[in-house]
Design a protein around this ligand. Structure first.
Ligand code: THU
Length: 147
């Protein structure tokens, strides 16, 4: 019974995260791409940080929704994450994080969940390490060097 209760609350938590990621699309500043993205990041202590993409007239300066959420969380003292939900308006496929965001996600662990959603609230879950195999991460900087 305890297990079932835990399972239910975890499922509820994921639903909430998915819903919040879609709500965050309305905050998106994307006049150039017209491609709103929302994110909701769940920390180890249960706090949720949200994010949206923020574009710029100098196109290359666009910041993705995932990185907005990560930067908000880290700047508030959170570095351990359980999951991030990502949302876009794409109808037929779940939104996936871009390469730069995958790298930023693995910086904070290779074994946490990326919840890739569709507007109908269905989703696919993959671990950060599955989305960026053979990733360069913080441990590389500690390895033995030849010089
Ligand atoms: N974008 C995100 O915010 N997250 C992703 O996972 C994919 C792309 C944004 C960046 C840009 O503002 C717009 O979507 C189109 O590339």
């Amino acid at each position: 019974m305890a297990d079932k209760h835990e399972f239910d609350s975890e499922a509820d938590q994921v639903q909430q995260l998915v819903k919040k990621s879609h709500e965050m699309k309305k905050m998106s500043y994307c006049p150039y791409s017209n491609f709103p993205v929302g994110a909701a990041l769940l920390t180890a202590d249960g706090t949720v940080f949200t994010g949206c993409n923020v574009e710029n007239a100098s196109y290359g300066l666009a910041i993705c929704a995932e990185r907005t959420a990560i930067v908000k969380a880290v700047s508030e003292g959170h570095r351990k994450f359980k999951a991030i939900a990502i949302a876009s308006d794409l109808k037929e496929i779940a939104i996936v994080p871009c390469g730069a965001c995958r790298q930023v996600l693995v910086e904070f662990g290779v074994d946490w969940d990326v919840i890739m959603t569709k507007p109908d609230m269905t989703y696919e879950v993959m671990k950060t390490k599955e989305l960026l195999p053979l990733c360069f991460g913080p441990t590389y900087l500690q390895r033995v060097k030849a010089v």
